[in-house]
Design a protein around this ligand. Structure first.
Ligand code: SF4
Length: 306
């Protein structure tokens, strides 16, 4: 029995094939880095804006897509693909430019989906109009960074937005029937287990379609690296991480798809990442612990009066 709703199973059932996401970098930046909101960026944001798995924006998008498909066919025997605009904030441009960029990735009939990752304060109605056009062509998912519902922690992270902007973005996306995935870091050192529970409850109340759980990693040349190296912050143990993930899952609406249980730190420049463990080993530990506790997604989901 699956104790939580896995993305891989969901995609297989939906497309009857192995589906792989193609990480792409379109050369966007972020208002939290270019000075519009702040120059520092989020304290954990690596210099590639989480785009380290991409080929980099100096490679044209079409070439990135072709190469990533070849790689996914070879390594994962994938048959269908999702173009995933991952690096930085992928709605940070004029509607005309956005349309051109998204269109440039849809060059192969086996691309069944478009996945756009962004900040909650970059989803103005004119951006949603562009996304809506693509929703008619392929399955479209909008990934929105939140990290935590604790607004005090959001401030420490220098996110440059509060919970309100996230709630507003999700409400407007859901009004137009977009698929919404929220990014959460479960083990932020300033959050306790109650913040983790509240984050699961608010995401459930907002009816998001998916969640992506990350473990906090520390990368060179970030504000977090300075804080970590001078002892200002420490990262919790793997046992605590496992406990936080399981607690989050227990409070989460059982219909929400879980895209990931733990982050994938960059191969280069990581000062602390995943307790030096392989991602699949952490996933295995979480799943074994769920078995041991005989628990499952939504076990404590009774707080919404539906
Ligand atoms: S919003 Fe995203 S891209 Fe921008 S600074 Fe934060 S983590 Fe980096």
């Amino acid at each position: 029995m699956d104790r939580y709703k896995k993305l891989s199973k969901y995609l297989k059932e939906k497309y009857h094939a192995r589906v792989h996401k193609l990480p792409l970098s379109a050369g966007f930046t972020c208002p939290n880095r270019d000075g519009k909101i702040s120059k520092g960026g989020c304290i954990f944001c690596d210099p590639t804006g989480s785009g380290f798995a991409t080929l980099g924006s100096n490679v044209p998008i079409q070439e990135q897509v072709i190469k990533m498909i070849e790689r996914a066919e070879k390594r994962f025997k994938a048959k269908k693909f999702i173009a995933y605009f991952q690096a930085f904030s992928n709605t940070y441009a004029s509607p005309e430019k956005l349309e051109k960029i998204y269109e440039s990735a849809l060059i192969d009939p086996r691309i069944v989906g478009l996945d756009v990752s962004t900040r909650p304060d970059l989803l103005q109605e004119e951006v949603l109009d562009v996304l809506e056009k693509f929703k008619k062509k392929v399955n479209l998912t909008v990934e929105v960074g939140l990290q935590t519902v604790n607004y005090k922690t959001l401030k420490i992270l220098n996110r440059g937005h509060t919970l309100a902007e996230f709630v507003d973005a999700v409400n407007r996306l859901k009004k137009r029937n977009f698929d919404v995935v929220a990014h959460v870091i479960v083990n932020l050192p300033w959050d306790d287990i109650e913040d983790v529970v509240e984050t699961a409850k608010i995401l459930s109340a907002l009816n998001v379609d998916g969640v992506k759980l990350h473990s906090l990693y520390v990368v060179q040349n970030t504000e977090l690296a300075k804080m970590f190296l001078n002892g200002e912050v420490s990262i919790c143990s793997i046992d605590e991480y496992v406990d936080r993930v399981i607690t989050f899952i227990e409070y989460l609406d059982p219909n929400i798809i879980i895209h990931r249980l733990v982050a994938d730190p960059p191969k280069k420049g990581t000062i602390f990442g995943n307790w030096n463990m392989k991602k699949q080993d952490i996933v295995r530990i979480i799943e074994e612990e769920m078995e041991k506790r005989d628990t499952f997604q939504g076990k404590k989901y009774g707080y919404l009066r539906r």
